[in-house]
Structure formats: C-alpha cells, structure tokens
Design a binder for this molecule. Sequence first.
Ligand code: NAD
Length: 425
Amino acid sequence: MTLKFKEPAPIVDHLNPLESMMQRFDEAATILGLDESTYNALKSPEKAVIVSLPVTMDDGKVQVFQGYRVVHSSKLGPSKGGIRYSMGVNLDEVKALAAWMTWKCAVVGIPYGGAKGGVQCDPRTMSDGELERLTRSFTGAMRDVFGPEKDIPAPDMGTNPQTMAWIMDEYSKLKGEASPAVVTGKPLVLGGSLGRMEATGRGVMVSARSAMAKLKMKPSEATCAVQGFGNVGSISAKLIEQQGVTIVAISDISGAYYNPDGLDIEEAIEYVVNHKSLDGFKGGKIITNEELLELDVDILVPAALEDQITEENAARIRAKLIVEGANGPTASNADAILEANGVMVVPDILANAGGVSVSYFEWVQNRLGYFWTEERVNRRADRIMKQAFDAVYKAARKHNCSLRTAAYIVAIEKVANTSKLRGIF
Ligand code: NAD
C-alpha cells in the first residue's frame, strides 16, 4: 500500500508572531521593572494541549488532524480565546495568540485570562459533515479543558457561529446539561448576543474617535483609508464615516478603491452583500493595497491581515493615526519607525478589543439567562472601550512611551499584580 502524506504546514519563521509578541512584552516589562520571577511566570503559558483527531471523511477514509489549545493565563478569570481552522496553525502561533488574548482582556478590564486554539486543516476543502465531525471530535478531546468557568472558546479564522453551535451541543451532551456559556459567538437563537456582529468595528470607531480628540483632529475635516472590508473593516468604515470622517479608500482581497472626494460606504457594503467581494466596485479608482497603506490620509485602519506595515514600508506611511482593527497588522520592527515619525498607533490589543468585550457580555447573559437590548450592549461596550483608551493614554504619558507599549504595561501590570495577590510560587 502507498501512503500519501499531506503537505506540511507552511513555515513563516521570518515573521514569527511569538517573537513579535515577546519583543513588545519585553519592552513593557523592562519599563515596568518587572521582577525576574514574575517575568518568567508570565511569559510561559499555563497549559498547552496537543491532540490527534481521527475523523472519518466523506470518502470513508480516516484522516488524523492535529488540534491545539493553549491557555496562556487564567489569573484574571476563565481563559478566553478563539479557535482557528487553518493549514498554518502551529504551536508557536497558538501560544502567541493565547498570550495576546491575556493582554487584550486585561487592557479592557474584563475578568478573563487568555487562550487560543486551532486545528491544522483546510476548512474550505471540507464538507459541512466533515467539519462537524472534526469539531465534535475536537470538543470531546478538550472536554476537560473547556468549561464555562474554565476556558471559553469563540470563533476565529476558519470558524463561525455554526462551529460554536456544534461545540456547545457536543459539550452540553458530554456534561449532560445545557451549557450555552461554554462558547461565545453563537448564533442568536442559541444564546448569542445582540451587537456581537458589529462589536469589533464599533470598538475601532470608539478608539479612533478618542484618538482624534487627543490629536485635536476634527472628524469633519479628516480622511481615512481602511484595509480589509470583511466584518471588522466594513463596520469600522461605516461607523467612522458616521462620525463625519471622509472614507477615501477601502480594499479587500480583490484590490483597493480610492476616491479623494469620499466613498459611499453603505453602497460598498451593499455591493459586497450582492457580489461577495468588492471586485468590480465602481465607486472609486482602482489602486493596489500597498498604495492604499501609503495614501496621504489622516487615519489608516488596517483590518485585514498580519504584518502589513513593516520595516520596509513604515517610513512611507503618511497617516497621522493608525487604528489597528486586525490582529498584528504592524510588524514589531516597524514600531520604532512609526514612533520616530510621530504616528499615533492605537494598538490591536486595545483597538479591536470591542469583540471580546461583547463576547464577555454574551457569557454574562447566558449565565443570567436574561438577554439585553442592543442599545444596552452598545452603551456598555462603548464605555469599556473609552475607559480602556483613557487608561492606556494616561500610562503612555506617565512612562513617555507609545500607546502600544503603554497598553502592554497596563495589561502586564494588572496580570502581575493579580498573580502576586493569588500567589504564584
Ligand atoms: P473577514 O474574513 O471578515 O475579513 C477579512 C477581509 O480582509 C476581507 O475583506 C478580505 O477580502 C480582506 N483581505 C484578505 N486578504 C487581503 C489582502 N491581501 N489585502 C487586503 N485585504 C485583504 O475577517 P475579520 O473578522 O474582519 O478579521 C479581520 C482582522 O481582524 C483579522 O486580523 C482578525 O484576527 C481581526 N479581528 C477580528 C475580530 C472579529 O470580531 N471579527 C476581533 C478581533 C480581531
């Protein structure tokens, strides 16, 4: 018999997210004067579980998938973080993303630690039945890791509300009781929260508004370019436009669209609903995604992928304010260049934390068994984002550092103090 092996996961070692995260962690830890014991305790994840998941595929053959769950910290509460289905999933990536979740939850002050999970698979080539069997198998393997009081997954790349519904169902069956609070990002009918869909973009808008006020930038005179037009990019663009800002460029995988007089964002959203992408959108002149990043605008919102602003293009960025909708859109080696050029960067762990904040509200509502109106969700989420921005801004002034370093300082200090109170050694 000839065995056929799948191609190994791509190795992206030049932009290892764990190294990028650690560089920023180290910088903040140095400014804070973190003692060596706490430093060592915080940089290592509490738990890393690797499982092999045999799944019967539609052709009757069994394929074995590698699954990961890393709990970076549960010091502030049960750990929280998404599950990613992608061929690129590997332990280093999951470790970095788990730590990011710890800092993100700490910076916005929600009572969660950080975790992340992933399965190395290509969801685009799998049928719904295969995805369901894989998800149920993963949930079974993680039954002692997950739990409403222990570790609460959510959607990430390659997973969606349907995946969360399968996890919730399988976990509830295994425990013999209804456990909606074991996952967030569920469909509304299964206990999802109103406002969750718009929450990340809304938080980006609140961060942009707070930063504009600090920079004395008048929304009605400001221009903005948004990279990525999926959930985060399109909602951010819509809500920032509603603040009076002129959105002059948007982009997605099909390319970038530029109109110096302003694009009609509602029309662009409608276009994507009908055509699945911006391909063929006539609202603006076609430019490249690289050109979009370097436009002469006041605000830039990267809301697509990691490592878009790098050592190579950072010096050419003309925006005065960058609000990071995506996770990790700025490579760590670009930080110093942006800072030297006076660009204010609202970092990912602050700017896109609106999503996890409303996930927290979903969990609270599930445990209460009582659901809030969208107005209440939005009002409370806006308050969390505004308070977090102000705390980070204050820390940046105190330590004379960037908002990114300040966000890490606020987060690390909170987790370190909690660890000391609880006693770690
Ligand atoms: P999405 O899949 O809905 O949208 C991604 C968008 O990026 C799409 O418009 C896609 O066409 C575009 N894109 C892909 N490759 C591109 C390229 N090379 N150039 C330009 N555009 C490109 O994803 P999303 O949920 O909007 O997530 C976007 C980013 O925000 C990710 O980094 C994600 O981790 C982060 N994020 C999302 C949430 C959330 O609640 N959805 C929360 C926090 C952070």
